[in-house]
Write a protein that binds this ligand. Sequence first.
Ligand code: TNX
Length: 512
Amino acid sequence: MSPLAVVPVPRSLQPSPSGPFPLASAVVSGDPDSAATLRALVEARTGLALESAGDAASGGPSIDLRIDASADAEGGTAESYRLTVEAASVVVTGADAAGLFYGVQTLVQLIARDGDAWSLPAVRIDDAPRFAYRGVMLDVARHFQPVGTVKAYIDRAAGLKFNALHLHLTDDQGWRLELRSRPKLTEFASGTSVGGDPGGFYTAEQYREIVAYAASRHMIVVPEIDMPGHTHAVGLAYPELAEAPVLSTHITDVVEAFGGGMPTAGEPYEGMAVGFSSLRIHDEATYDFVADVFGELAALTPGPYLHLGGDEALGTAPEDFALFVERASTIIADLGKTPVAWHEAGAAAGLHPDTIGQYWGFTTPTDGMDEKTRAFVRRGAQVILSPADAIYLDMKYAPDARLGLTWANGPTSVERAYAWEPADIVPGVGEADILGVEAPMWTETVRDLSDIDELAFPRIAAAAEAAWSPPAADSDLRTWESFRTRVGGLGPLWTRLGIGFQASSEIPWASE
Ligand code: TNX
């Protein structure tokens, strides 16, 4: 029997001898929020409008949705759930609201065609996440994405049991969040995107709307203000805070390959080069700015993390970089938030010790990136893994692909996105040191939701499985063969949900 099409694969999945559960006559009872989620997803998948227990009396088989902290095998692990399908009843029990939400997502993935009808296969699933932090990142700076697109991305990610949306809100090409303390940022630095495409920004109210929508799908928002590099846009609004662009040969090479012109102080940057901009490190006005920006962001963000960036600051001298990230991480910690920084910041001796590191090197570390990452752990903090040659969702699938970049070891196949083990990436950074896994979507080549879908799906499913599922050593179903078959089984669901996935030839796509 081919494995059931559940992605990420659960901790334990046992087919049961009972017959399948018929969906059409089912009656949904229990927790109202998850009942609404289930009814909406079943309708999208099958066209069936399931009855609720409150509706006209019905003797149909029941789907019962419960929250019970004592119910799971491990005694109420956060986000865990248990799911039992038998011929006459379905019971989903979450240890908490998030667990129940994930149980419902699994249930929807199990829906199968049964002749002219729809059914659920008899099964018993016990499931809980491997890592507490399961993230996707969306770069809304290189190409601004409207609120509706961000919500659609949240829905897609939540369906794969991701629980964090990292929003890359600022970069050389634009500042995308309106701040009362610094109104010039959006007035002067948000109008354009890469390639001369339109820009945009979120008002504080729109940002709150995104945060609330994410919360309704059990996701936190991790906002990133990238500093001290990636700050050309800041100079359009507050020129006194920005150094002149540092024009290395790398910049000339990128401009030659991709166009966009050389970065020029005071002019919007529409190209794809990185590492030429820097805030002024030895000017107190810079830290007034950092305090204003993160102060307002902390007040707008209920989640525990604020990301200060810190990547590719090639236009900043190393000792200046260290001084900056030490002060910025301390400002964030003093606001009562946990700082997050890209792995480069690990090199700064005085970085705030609570700072979470985000590793973006390759699955086999190069250039001392592993050492910088271990430094976070030595200070007592954890690490988020985003190995670029595996789960950078903006890489091309194949050399002739329409969208994407290739710098991370050439194109990234679905198989390569799947074939890595988090605890084996950075020597000295083991299971307990890993907060989680995050798949970034940078948007230099990505304009809209259909571009996002084409690059993210199906590789995002590999990242979800690395973040949620047990390691291969503990699960027979953590193999490429099983994964590709299970992903193929999700094709019809993704189609019904309007997800424009790449019909990769590596995956045996099911037709219904
Ligand atoms: C590297 S990885 C970047 C981004 C680019 C991305 C494109 C990292 C922390 N920074 O500035 O958008 O490559 O793939």
